[in-house]
Structures are given as C-alpha cells and as structure tokens.
Ligand binder design. Sequence first.
Ligand code: IPD
Length: 261
Amino acid sequence: MTISDRDIARRMATATALARECAALALEHRRDPARMNVQAKGRRDFVTAADLAVERLIRERISREFPGDGFLGEEGGGASAPLLWVVDPIDGTNNFARGLPSFAVSIAFCVDGRPVVGAIAEPVTGAIYTARKGGGSFRDEAPIRVSDVGALDQAMIEYGYAERRPVADNLDLARRLLDAGCDVRQVGSAALGLARVAEGCLDAYCELHLNSWDVLAGMLLVEEAGGRFSDFLAGDGMTRGNSVLAATPGLVDDLKRVTGL
Ligand code: IPD
C-alpha cells in the first residue's frame, strides 16, 4: 500500500494529539473514584471505565479523521487492514486500577502490517514519546537513544508476565535473567517498559507473550532509538501476539542465548 509522507505526517500529528488528550482523560478518571469502575476480566486481569472511555475516544476520532483506516484495540478488538491503528487505551491497567503511577496510552499506526507511527503517553509525568519510521524517537520532542550497556551483569532489564503463559515458564525467564547477573524489574506496563528501553533508562525488556496493542508503538520507539527487537510480527503476531525481546545492540545476542527469545 502506498501512502504519502504528508498522509503519514497527518497521522503522526493525530496520534500525538490523541495520546496527550487521552492521558488527561485517564487522569480525570483516576481523580474520581466513582468513575473508576474496576471489573475483573480474568485472573489478575482488570478493565476500568477509563480503558473503555479512552478507547472510545480514539476510535471515534480515527473514524472521523481517517474513515478508510482499520482499527484494532485491546478492549473492542478489530481486524487487520493495510492501514491500521493498533491501540492500548491503558497499558498497565492493574497499576492504574490500584492508583499506582506506571501506566500509559499506546497508539500505533501501521502500513501493510508494520508500525510507521508510534505515540506513548505517560499520564502521571506528562511525558509523550513519539517515533516515526526512519525519523527517530523522541521524548517531548527531544531525541532519545538506547543505552550503550553491553554486559549482562551491568544491565537493568524489565520482564513482564501474564496469565497467557504458564507460571513455571514466567519464573524460568526471571531465573535465567537473575542467574546471568541482570538487575531485574517488573513494573507492569510493557508500553512504558519499551519506552524506557528507547530512552536508555532500561537496557532491555522481555516477555513470553504480548499482544500487538501492548507492543507496536514501543517497538517502533526502540528500533528508531537504535535498539534491537525480536521478530514480533512473524506469523500471526499482529492478531495473536508473540514473545518480545527488546534490547541494546550490545546485549541482544547474549540475551537471546540466555532467554531463548
Ligand atoms: C499488560 C501490561 C503488563 C504485561 C502484560 C500486559 P494491560 O497490559 O503491559 O506489563 O506484562 O502482559 O497484558 O492489560 O495492562 O493492557
């Protein structure tokens, strides 16, 4: 599918504006306990009224501004399309629901199944991370780069887990990282974890399974910031998700060996 630079720039502007607007909407919900309405979706898995309201806002805006584009969102689903928006309205919902600060709004726009625009908002700090294919990665419009850490026993790495993979496998991943001497974190928002890798605060992020709405904006941020990313979109990664390994160039080979990802 061909799309002009001008049309990509329009979508970049929309993604950035939406990320900012949705960060404000999420914070409004968080300030008012009556608007939180936390519901369990499954074991260790929640949805709040803010997840639904943020996704609705983004869907409506996209269908008005870009009526021919497809949409895939965590809460409302969707299907693949040549021009596709992939959105996690609140990534880190469990943190958000408990009043913890690490959650994000993640918006990606893809052409032919690959992200070309990404925007992640971190509502609590007000930071907006953006990336455009071939155009670099930015935090609040300042360029960001991955770190130059190249030794596992100097590395700070986040790993995530969810019910989608067995507990034993999740524990084994953590054990492998700890055995290799890594300083391991588990913060609870994959999108923010990937943004932290892009800006060099973390040196890698890994998880046995994530969905495309958790990943695609962060994947573009990491790649455009000079980092390396596993082949997340292989097979049916867009619709069914995949494992994730995002790392600095200096760590990626050792981490592949240690984690098997
Ligand atoms: C979750 C977060 C978490 C990751 C889980 C995801 P959600 O997304 O990104 O950090 O470890 O695998 O499901 O449910 O908060 O949007």
